[in-house]
Design a binder for this molecule. Structure first.
Ligand code: HEC
Length: 132
């Protein structure tokens, strides 16, 4: 009961903060994603990781570098589960590292879905956020 209420509050908060209200209605996938939403502070950490750690190989704007482009348009060509598995397990034999010591499988799922979301529905780059 408590968990369900918490989940509802989170969903409402996220819809408001991320301006997802309209987008979510067009994208049922976002609704199932909500079942594994990390806490807001953790989402911030994951976004920061995507920008800084992933960006070091995939480019600051994720348009490609040592690794291929992993921006939203590229990620929408791949199944969410495949992206999550690549993040969690890495790509053995390539420089793409496994992130399972840093994040949970649920967080990899969330990150994969987040990466697929159109840029317009996302907050500004983390590096532009004020530092705590
Ligand atoms: C040390 C460099 C490096 C880092 C750091 C890195 N990657 Fe990669 N990544 C790669 C390389 C190289 C590939 C291509 C692997 C291959 O050849 O299959 C790749 C592939 C991928 C793919 C598959 C793309 C596709 O088109 O199939 C995804 C998704 C991905 N990385 C996401 C991430 C995420 C998310 C992070 C941060 C959590 C990250 N990567 C951090 C080097 C890196």
């Amino acid at each position: 009961m408590l968990i369900r209420n918490h989940f509802l509050v989170l969903t409402v908060l996220l819809s408001g903060f991320c301006g997802l209200g309209a987008a979510a209605q067009n994208q049922p996938a976002d609704t199932s994603l909500a079942a594994t939403q990390p806490a807001p502070a953790r989402q911030q950490q994951l976004r920061r990781m995507l920008e800084h750690d992933c960006g070091s190989c995939h480019g600051l704007r994720l348009t490609g570098g040592l690794g291929p482009a992993i921006h939203a348009e590229a990620m929408q060509q791949l199944p969410q589960a495949a992206i999550a598995a690549t993040i969690f397990h890495g790509r053995p034999g390539t420089p793409m590292p496994a992130w399972k010591s840093m994040i949970s499988e649920a967080e990899a799922d969330w990150l994969a879905a987040y990466m697929q979301r159109p840029s317009a529905t996302k907050p500004a780059l983390v590096s532009q956020d004020p530092r705590p």
